[in-house]
Design a protein around this ligand. Structure first.
Ligand code: GUN
Length: 288
């Protein structure tokens, strides 16, 4: 058996097209142009690539995109002043501070300074708490993308056994809450969990978000399971370009799983598409 490959690229393109159509409607009916401000501190090459992609896709969806590039040695006070300005700016409905920040800045303080109504990353404790309480909230984009990809295979997740490997604030923890909201039964695993293979063997849905290349092996999986690989790991190749691999050993897993996301071409593109969804939602909610 070979797993069905979940085409994240196509599903993300479809979602972006739906957002673009809705943006046309809110512009016409409400004279509202959703606006996203992205703040990049320093010049980490991977972050620069992500921010450029966010900028291009925001504009392609018909939204306003505001880029703020700050030097790596910006003071915490100056960054907080920028966030305060963006909080007040009526043209800005979503604010995203690209992570990771340089070590000299206190990430928690910065995230907490963002107006929760504009927190399109869903990282402010107001939104994280609402999500944990089962209330409507702006939710982190990558976990939202994981749920959409899963639902392309299983429209209802009710009663399914899911395992989330990884407990980061950006992916693992919010993903657990979103799965609970879908009435899945969720096991939360992480780097200190014992016998991950045994835990995975029970799971209809496997989410790998640990940042360890090819850690989840094919023989851990329940035959027919749906596997969503959040990992993006760059492996050096002698004399060539680095190879991108996920947290799942794809060539093994594809022989056992029922459906699986590739890396690249799986979860990656969904993150920005869901950021556009969140920006549109935030704009409509702020506008009333
Ligand atoms: N760095 C990598 N992924 C993300 C993300 O989803 N949001 C932010 N703010 N930074 C990131």
């Amino acid at each position: 058996m070979t797993a069905r490959i979940i085409d994240g690229k196509a599903i993300a393109a479809e979602l972006r097209a739906r957002v673009a159509a809705e943006v046309i409607r809110v512009k016409q009916d409400h004279a509202l142009t959703p606006g996203l401000a992205v703040v990049l501190v320093g010049n980490d090459p991977a972050s620069e690539v992500y921010v450029r992609s966010k900028h291009t896709q925001t504009q392609a969806a018909g939204m306003a995109s505001f880029e703020h590039k700050l030097p790596a040695d910006v003071s915490q006070a100056d960054l907080l002043a920028l966030i305060a300005r963006l909080n007040r700016d009526p043209l800005v409905h979503g604010i995203l501070v690209q992570l990771p920040l340089p070590k000299s800045l206190h990430t928690e303080t910065i995230i907490h300074a963002i107006d929760p109504a504009k927190d399109v990353d869903g990282l402010h404790p107001h939104n994280a708490g609402r999500l944990a309480g089962g209330l409507a909230a702006l939710s982190p984009c990558t976990p939202l993308g994981c749920i959409i990809l899963t639902k392309s295979v299983h429209p209802s997740l009710e009663g399914m056994n899911a395992i989330v490997i990884g407990r980061s604030n950006l992916v693992g923890r919010p993903l657990v809450q979103l799965l609970l909201n879908e009435n899945a039964t969720v096991t939360i695993a992480h780097s200190r969990s014992r016998d991950l293979a045994k835990l995975c063997a029970q799971a209809d849905l496997v989410y790998a978000a640990v940042g360890k290349p090819e850690m989840v092996r094919g023989d851990w999986l329940k035959p027919g399971a749906t596997v969503i690989d959040v990992g993006i790991n760059r492996i050096p190749v002698e004399g060539g370009k680095p190879k991108l691999v996920g947290d799942v050993a794809f060539q093994e897993a594809v022989k056992v799983a029922g459906a699986i996301t590739p890396v690249p071409g799986g979860v990656g593109q969904m993150t920005v598409a869901c950021l556009l969804v969140n920006t549109l939602r935030a704009a409509c909610a702020i506008h009333g």
